[in-house]
Structures are given as C-alpha cells and as structure tokens.
Design a binder for this molecule. Structure first.
Ligand SMILES: [Zn+2]
Length: 79
C-alpha cells in the first residue's frame, strides 16, 4: 500500500531503494522510501507488506529469542 505524495498529493508514486543506514530502519521497522514521479519528492513511511517484510518478522523473532535466552541465562534458569 503506497500513499499519495505528501508534497503535491500526486498518486504516481514508486518505491525508492533504501540507501546506507536507511537499510537498518528498512529491515527493523519496515520503513520504506518512496519517490513521487510528478514532483520528484522523496520521503519515508512505515509500510508493512508481508511478502516484502518477512525478514522484519524473522529479525524480531530472533531478537525476542535472544532476549528470552539472555534473561533465562542470567536468571539462572539455564545451567
Ligand atoms: Zn509529488
């Protein structure tokens, strides 16, 4: 789901590739960049799409598992 351009309200909007550090937010928060073909504005918005963002789910599952493991480990439940 892609919203209208925040600058001109145009609907001719395409996804823009994330660059550099933007990739961290891209994979952690499904925050994507968009570009308007009408006024060339570029902006970021959180847009979760399952087929695109399954990596985000795996990432958070991994983080949660790691947190659970550390909590159990340091509370002595795993010997
Ligand atoms: Zn625009």
């Amino acid at each position: 789901m892609i919203s209208n351009c925040p600058e001109c309200g145009g609907t001719d909007v395409r996804r823009s590739h994330s660059q550099g550090s933007e990739k961290i937010a891209r994979y952690l928060f499904a925050r994507k960049h968009f570009r308007c073909r009408e006024c060339n504005a570029r902006w970021a918005a959180v847009a979760f799409e399952l087929e695109d963002d399954y990596l985000t789910i795996f990432l958070w599952a991994g983080i949660l598992l790691a947190v659970c493991f550390f909590v159990m480990y340091f509370s002595g439940q795993i010997t």
